[in-house]
Write a protein that binds this ligand. Structure first.
Ligand SMILES: NC(=O)c1ccc[n+]([C@@H]2O[C@H](COP(=O)([O-])OP(=O)(O)OC[C@H]3O[C@@H](n4cnc5c(N)ncnc54)[C@H](OP(=O)(O)O)[C@@H]3O)[C@@H](O)[C@H]2O)c1
Length: 200
């Protein structure tokens, strides 16, 4: 969605949320890249249906789509779509964003992930990030803690086995970041289903 011009507030005032004109916004972004103002352009929180709309008018396709992605919302359909169209998928909330207004502790408290972590002598965060790395997605993990930042980078010299990958693959799926703050009867998205094109 787009916002009316002016000061940016979060959560947004519902009357400030307006439909996005994908074609003109994307053309302006392409212009930024052509002028060398940015190396690459991309999108965030786009479903396959919304990516279709961008690709229908793009002369430069999005380099990346940053979306909620972790073992509890694996985004298989979107990943297949992006792979087929040469778009890198980047995972936000890769650890589930525990303790935030948009996340949940279900990833860090996961029995499946805790069992694998114990068996491998790794932390749950490391198992989680390693799984995401093995799925071929870029990862945007956030930590303000030096030790945890270091720990989150120590995932490149070991791997998950087939059984562990299978167990993670069987975790029941649901989106946590619903974006309810962007839903209103007067705005472009009247229901959560509409916002995510039914991908919940
Ligand atoms: N595009 C979008 O719509 C969107 C939406 C949400 C988030 N994002 C972006 O995605 C990035 C990351 O996502 P996120 O912050 O939502 O969630 P996240 O990276 O999954 O989780 C961050 C939380 O995990 C903790 N943490 C980090 N490493 C840890 C470790 N090794 N062990 C235990 N806890 C650990 C952090 O605490 P400490 O800091 O105390 O370590 C923090 O509380 C952020 O830069 C955010 O801006 C984008």
């Amino acid at each position: 969605m787009s916002m009316k011009p002016g000061a940016i507030e979060y959560p947004p005032k519902t009357e400030d949320i307006i439909p996005m004109d994908f074609k003109s916004v994307w053309e302006a972004m392409e212009d930024c890249q052509r002028k060398g103002l940015t190396k690459s352009i991309g999108v965030s929180n786009f479903t396959p249906k919304k990516l279709d709309q961008i690709l229908a008018c793009a002369t430069i396709p999005p380099a990346v789509n940053q979306v909620e992605l972790n073992p509890y919302w694996q985004q298989k359909k979107l990943r297949d779509y992006c792979k087929a169209n040469g778009i890198t998928v980047a995972a936000f909330s890769p650890l589930g964003a525990a303790g935030t207004s948009w996340g949940s502790s279900r990833v860090m408290e996961s029995e499946v992930l805790n069992d694998i972590a114990k068996a491998k002598g790794k932390s749950v965060a490391q198992v989680c990030l390693r799984w995401e790395y093995e799925q071929g997605v870029a990862i945007v993990a956030k930590s303000y803690n030096k030790e945890r930042m270091k720990q989150n980078l120590e995932i490149f010299d070991w791997g998950l086995n087939e059984e562990e990958t299978k167990k993670i693959g069987e975790i029941p799926q649901s989106r946590v970041h619903l974006g309810e703050e962007f839903i209103s009867v007067t705005g472009p998205f009247k229901t959560v289903e509409e916002l995510w094109d039914g991908e919940l």
